[in-house]
Design a protein. Sequence first.
Length: 184
Amino acid sequence: MSPGDKKLEFRATLLRPADPGDYPPWAFVVLPRQASAKLPRRGRTTVQGTLDGQGFQATLEPDGQLSHWLRVEDALFKAAGVKIGDAVRFEIIPVENEPEPAVPADFQKALDASPEARSVWNDTTTIARLDWIHWIVSARQARTRVKRIAEACDKLASGQRRVCCFDPSGYYSKALSAPKAADH
């Protein structure tokens, strides 16, 4: 497949999240299923592209419906001259090499306390590390996150290189979803 074959073009509506949290304003889009199906994986996938001609790089999140969603920061949609509710044009292409994920501080502390786990962690692929982190941060409760960090360290220390029984798409477990959109 040539690089031109990987470029995906589509239109999507910028949506306001029903619960934006205490963050600066942001929006999101849900990718059309046919565009998402052409991506290299159903889980988190980093892309670079344009939103109405404005360049960006971001990680798409799985929506639990065999597609992806994209968080669009305030600065990006303002730079593109678009607003929430607009149908915008996207051109995206998966990055050649997935960037190394940021390790959450609590997980890094646990890895640092287990040389065996850290050794296997350092020897895994970037995609495997991305999936381990995604499994940990997708926990909905703090106690589940703490449990997953302990399990990850135990499994890594025993030589397990990939997170087992985690559906990175969220489709089968229904654990992942796009944000709920606010009513317009």
